[in-house]
Design a protein around this ligand. Sequence first.
Ligand SMILES: [Zn+2]
Length: 307
Amino acid sequence: MEPVLASAIFALGLAFGSFLNVCIYRLPRDLSVVRPRSACPRCGNPIRAHHNIPIFSWLILRGRCPNCKTSISPRYLFVELLCGAIFLACYAHFGAGFATLKYCAFGFLLLGLIFTDAETHLLPDKMTLPGLVLGLVFSLVVPVNDLASQLLPGLVSLPVSSDVSWHLLSFIDAVLGAIVGASFIYGAGAIYLRARGVEGMGFGDVKLMAMVGAFLGAKLTIFTLFSASLAGSLFGLSTVLAVWIKRTRRRITRFHEPAREARRRAWESAAIALRRHQMPFGVFLGSMALVALFYGNRFMQWYWGLL
Ligand SMILES: [Zn+2]
C-alpha cells in the first residue's frame, strides 16, 4: 500500500460517507440530495461549511446542533468512518485499479442501504436501481468471478483467454447473479407471506439482491443469501431468548408468579413480540454482501476443501 494514496482514499471515503449521511436522511423522505444545503432538522439552522468537515465537525460540536443544541445522531460519525474504512479496505484488497473503484461504489451503496433500512425499513429505488445498472456495467470492466471455472473446478475449460469471452462470461455471471439474488428473495417472500400471513420481505429486498448479484456474480450471491439467512435467524432467536429471560425474571420478581407459569407466559409474549417486530432483513443482506466481497471466495475455498 502506498501511504499517501491510502490516506487520500481514506479521506475520500470520509467525504463520500458525509454525503451518504445526507442520502440516508433524505432519500426515504423523497427529498433532493443536492438542495437545499444541510440544516438542523429541528431548528432549520443551516450547517456552515466549517461545520461540514467529516468526523471533526461532529467531534468539535460534540454531536450537538450549534444553534439549538439538539443532539446529532452518532450515526453520522459511524457512517463516515465506515465509508472511509471500506474505501481503504478495497484499496488494500484490490490494489490501485478499476476493481477498487468498482467495489468502493458497491460498498458505498451497501452502507447507505444498510443504514437506511435500519432506520426507516426502506430500501430506496434511487439506490438499488442505479446500483443494479452500475453493477452490470462494471462487470464488463472488472471481471466478476469466473463463472465456469468457479462452479465446476477442473471440469470444463471454456476459452476464457480471449478478450471477448472474458467480458461476455463476466457479464453473464453478473446477470445470473442478479436473477439468482432477486428470485430467491422473491420466492422466500412469497412462501413467508403464505405461511405467516404477513409480509416478511418487500420488493426493496428483491431489488437489493439484484444489485448485489450484479456486483458479485452468482456464486458469492448464493453465499450472501445463505449467510444472511443464518445471521438473521440467529439474531431473531437470540432476541427472543433475551426477551424471554427478561420477562420471566420480571414476572417472578415483580409479580411473584411461580417460575413455571412465568416461563410459559413470558415465552408466549416473546413469540408475539417477535412476530410483531419487523426485522430489517436488508441490514443482514447488505452486511453479508460486504463480508462476501472480502471473505466470500476464501470461505468458499475452505468449504470446498472440507467436502
Ligand atoms: Zn438545531
